[in-house]
Design a protein around this ligand. Structure first.
Ligand SMILES: [Zn+2]
Length: 115
């Protein structure tokens, strides 16, 4: 059985706070930002990952919807975790009914930008 763990960024292992209400241009999400540059967005029901995915992309682009749409899959990394809002813990494996999903997304530095 998978053990619940305190919420940590899957990219840098930083401990994170619960998602909060965020409004950014047309975006309204429950989420947050990690100091490493990744963003996370909560899907309370665990059944709207498609929508959450788009929100996370848009959030990562600072609310720039057109930029979010122009990204290729190789431009970012994403990880989704089962998340319990009440205890602020994540777990893998079987998903209890009430568990939501937390989607982490981080934009990759393009090679052309790194020169
Ligand atoms: Zn991080």
């Amino acid at each position: 059985m998978a053990k619940a763990r305190p919420l940590q960024c899957p990219f840098c292992d930083n401990y994170l706070k619960r998602p909060i209400d965020i409004r950014l241009k047309d975006l309204e999400i429950l989420g947050g930002i990690c100091p490493c540059g990744s963003v996370y967005v909560l899907d309370r029901t665990g059944h709207q990952l498609g929508q959450i995915y788009m929100d996370a992309l848009c959030f990562a682009c600072k609310g720039d919807f057109e930029k979010a749409l122009s990204l290729d899959p190789e431009d970012y990394e994403d990880i989704d975790l089962n998340y319990d809002f009440n205890s602020n813990t994540t777990g893998r494996g079987r998903t209890p009914e009430k568990t939501g999903k937390l989607l982490f997304l981080r934009l990759k530095m393009k090679k052309s930008d790194a020169i």
